[in-house]
Structure formats: structure tokens, C-alpha cells
Design a protein around this ligand. Structure first.
Ligand code: ATP
Length: 445
């Protein structure tokens, strides 16, 4: 624990190297089902300090790779700015962009597919030097030999081919190539996920050594939260194109602020199998990035979602069914599956039903519904019978929704170290997510 904190004070300068503001990267790929772009990165604001490692975590598809690729300009930003040392690199083009690219490199996840098997290791590492016309051919060859040594390979590996190497060695080649032009900033996109556990530690150590030796700044993209905790100074938690929480790694892991961070951390297997730590289970899957929810991006799955005042004491199970009902209707446009199939999938039931009454029975048949709520559900179902789904969705939102459904939350500062969290619950009038979980999920132990 203290190792990471110590490293932070040793390496990070407190000076901003990368300043990202309101960044959006959308893919306009002409999807078959929708004209909407994929909003892979949707309004991200964060900074990376010179010499630090910023971890970027979140479920598959939340936009981590796209954000990393946009920072090094392998993807074009749709809106917003990415400033390096005060220069907005999203505006660069031609030779200016080419020159700047020396400074920002990427190491890819899969060393199996990211290296060209028809080039020798020497040629692969030398390629960026050739592209940038770096010094003389002789000096380039010499530089490659030095780089081989720097990453723990040997000079004689120069004329070998990637397929003659193990996964760990191939990743060393990828790292040497990224280092060739002496960049300041490197995006490490899941650099050890494809490697055996025993090799992972060696590559992580190498990355830390290189950072110390060359003063590198890293964006470290990862699934594995224990790796992130070990190697990162600060961590950004991403969900559906948004940064939900960002701040110093140790405090974020020890005392998460955002409901999504709570859920992500509670899913880490405990080292102690006897531990009775409760887990927060999230319903369903993240919404489509073509059609993110209005309000908070996490609102459709958030276990700490704010309820309207008059429903604060409603039975939790009934409330969950109402949320599922809302989700079923919201999801209706997403796939070709029928309403009932989606309802069954969401609540894990295997019976069939085909109309509104059957859906009602499946969702609410085994829970007590007070008359005041039954009245609201009847009105919603009336809209459904009239094929007015939009009316049903609106009514559900008006009656059972809260600011989580309608207003985008602000990034609230949640610690003295400047950690921020995107959640309405940080407003004074609400109970903080941590308190909420203490007397709901964690209090039931
Ligand atoms: N070239 C592309 N064209 C269209 N959509 C894309 C493209 N690349 C990524 N996407 C979509 O953008 C969203 C974010 O993808 P991205 O790869 O950035 O997420 P990720 O968090 O890195 O996922 P993973 O952990 O699986 O690598 C996903 O919905 C993905 O399908």
C-alpha cells in the first residue's frame, strides 16, 4: 500500500502534462439499427500529471481504448480539447501532427497480433525511427540495439522474428518500439492482460523501471483492478463514455465515492475466501452507447439511485421490479427481441408471456403492490395497451423517476486530494453513496 504512495511522491511532479477537456469521440459508422453515432467517449474531462501513472478502468466497451487512442491522436476527437504542455493536439495536422506523434506512443494489449510477423524484431523497433527519418541508418541500428537491452532483450534478437518469441518477449518488443522516439507519454492498453500471470509481474516491473529511468507518463488501461491498485498513482473509473470517478488510487480503493466504483470494487474476489463481504450486483448490461440514458449515465443500473421522496420507504423488492419495468420499456427499441423476452431475461425468469397482463403478472405477481402504486402501474399499462410506449415511459419517469433520470450530475469534489465523482448523491440534500450502501447492501451482513 505505502509502496504506491511512496512511488507517487517520487515520480509525479504535480505538473499537468495532459489536459483533457469535454472530450467526445463518436463513431459515425452508419449502424444498421440506428443513425445515432456510437458515443464511445462522451464528455471526458481529466488531467494527467507529468511522471504519473493514471489507471483507466471500467467494463468492456465503456470507451477506454477509444479514449486512449484519442489522446495519442489515433482517433479524431469529435469535440473538446486534448492539450499537451498547453498545445491542443486535436487541432494539429500534417507535419505538425507527425512531429508531435514522437511524443505520444501506445503499447497494445495483444502482442500476438500487434507485431508484424513478416518483419524482424529489429525492423519492428526501427520502423518509427525510419518513419521519422531519425538520424542516420547506422545510428538507428545502434539505437535499436540499445532499446533491446533497455527492455531486457538481447542484441542477437535483432534478426529474429516475433513468432520465435514468447508472449512476454513480444510485449517487450512492443514496449521497445514505443520507446524508440523517446516519448514523454505512453498509453498502455491492457499491456499485460494477454500474458501469463508469472510474466505479467515482470512486464509491470519493467514498465515501472522505464518510467523511473525516463520520467515517462502513463495512461494504464486495465480490466484487472488489483494490477491497477499496484501500479497506478491515480485511477479514473469509466462507464458508458464518462469518467465516473477519478482520484488517487489508494483513497479511491479504500473509500470509493461513486456508486459505480463501489459496484466495480465489490466485484473483486476477496483474497480471504472466508470473507463474508457483500457484493453489489448490477442488473442487466450497460445501455447502448448509441442511446445513453438522459440524466446520469449510470442511472439505469445504479443500485443507489435516488428515489422520489414519497417512495423512499417503498419495499426494495417492489422498487427493483418497477426499475426493471422501466428498463424493459426503455430497452424495447434496442433489439428485435419481444417485450416479454426482454423482461424475462432481465429478471432471470424462464416462463413466457406475450401481453401486458402477463408481463404485469411476471413482474409484480409475487410482490405486494400498495394501491397507490397499483394505480400508477394501471395508468402506465393503459398506455401500453394503446401502443403508446413513449407515453408509458414518460409516465413511469414522471412518477417514479428522480433527478438521476433527468439531470446530468456534476463532477463533485469528494476529497481534499481533489478526487471527483459524478453523482447527484454528493449534493448536500442527499445521503452519500457510501452511507446508502452501509445500511442497504453492506448493512445486511
Ligand atoms: N471503429 C469503431 N467503430 C464503431 N464503433 C466502435 C469502434 N471502435 C469501438 N467502437 C465502439 O465504441 C465503444 C467503446 O469501445 P472501446 O473499445 O473504446 O471500449 P473499451 O472499454 O476499450 O472495451 P474493451 O475493454 O472491450 O477493449 C463500444 O461500444 C465499441 O463497440
Amino acid at each position: 500500500m505505502s509502496e504506491t504512495i511512496q512511488r507517487e511522491t517520487e515520480v509525479s511532479s504535480g505538473e499537468t502534462l495532459v489536459d483533457v477537456e469535454n472530450l467526445k469521440t463518436y463513431y459515425e459508422d452508419g449502424g444498421l439499427l440506428s443513425d445515432e453515432p456510437v458515443k464511445a467517449v462522451d464528455d471526458v474531462t481529466l488531467h494527467i500529471e507529468r511522471g504519473e501513472t493514471l489507471g483507466l478502468v471500467g467494463e468492456s466497451g465503456c470507451g477506454k481504448t477509444t479514449l486512449g487512442r484519442t489522446l495519442v491522436q489515433l482517433e479524431s476527437a469529435t469535440a473538446g480539447t486534448v492539450e499537451f504542455d498547453g498545445t491542443d493536439v486535436t487541432k494539429l495536422s500534417g507535419s505538425e501532427l507527425k512531429n508531435w506523434r514522437r511524443n505520444a506512443q501506445i503499447v497494445f494489449q495483444d502482442p500476438e497480433s500487434s507485431l508484424n510477423d513478416r518483419m524482424t524484431v529489429g525492423e519492428i523497433i526501427r520502423e518509427p525511427l525510419d518513419v521519422h527519418d531519425w538520424k542516420s541508418p547506422r545510428e538507428r541500428r545502434q539505437r535499436v540495439r540499445e532499446l533491446l537491452e533497455t527492455v531486457g532483450l538481447r542484441e542477437e534478437h535483432y534478426y529474429r522474428y516475433p513468432h520465435q518469441f514468447s508472449g512476454g518477449q513480444r510485449q517487450r518488443v512492443g514496449i521497445a518500439r514505443a520507446l524508440a522516439l523517446s516519448p514523454e507519454f505512453i498509453v498502455l492498453d491492457e499491456p499485460v492482460s494477454a500474458l501469463d500471470v508469472s510474466v505479467q509481474a515482470k512486464i509491470l516491473n519493467l514498465l515501472e523501471e522505464l518510467q523511473n529511468e525516463f520520467g515517462l507518463t502513463y495512461l494504464f488501461i486495465a480490466h484487472d483492478l488489483s494490477v491497477v491498485r499496484h501500479i497506478c498513482d491515480r485511477v479514473a473509473v469509466m462507464y458508458l463514455g464518462n469518467i465516473m470517478e477519478v482520484g488517487p488510487a489508494e483513497e479511491l480503493f479504500a473509500d470509493p465515492a461513486n456508486p459505480y466504483t463501489h459496484a466495480l470494487l465489490s466485484a473483486i474476489p476477496e483474497a480471504d475466501p472466508q470473507s463474508d463481504k457483500e457484493r453489489i450486483t448490477l442488473r442487466g448490461t450497460p445501455p447502448s452507447p448509441r442511446d445513453p440514458p438522459t440524466g446520469c449515465p449510470f442511472s439505469t443500473r445504479c443500485p443507489a439511485k435516488i428515489r422520489p421522496e414519497k417512495y423512499r420507504d417503498t419495499d426494495d423488492e417492489l422498487w427493483e421490479r418497477i426499475e426493471v419495468f422501466r428498463e424493459v420499456l426503455r430497452e424495447r427499441d434496442r433489439a428485435e427481441r419481444s417485450l416479454s423476452e426482454r423482461a424475462r431475461a432481465l429478471i432471470g425468469m424462464d416462463t413466457r408471456f406475450s401481453d401486458v397482463d402477463e408481463m404485469h403478472e411476471e413482474l409484480f405477481g409475487d410482490v405486494a403492490v400498495p394501491p397507490s402504486i397499483q394505480e400508477q402501474l394501471d395508468a402506465v399499462e393503459e398506455h401500453l395497451r394503446d401502443n403508446d410506449e413513449a407515453g408509458a415511459i414518460d409516465l413511469l419517469r414522471e412518477e417514479f423517476g428522480s433527478e438521476c433520470d433527468t439531470e446530468t450530475p456534476a463532477h463533485h469534489e469528494v476529497s481534499a486530494a481533489g478526487r471527483t465523482s459524478l453523482c447527484h448523491r454528493h449534493k448536500d440534500e442527499h445521503e452519500e453513496p457510501a452511507e446508502f450502501f452501509t445500511h442497504t447492501v453492506f448493512g445486511e451482513q
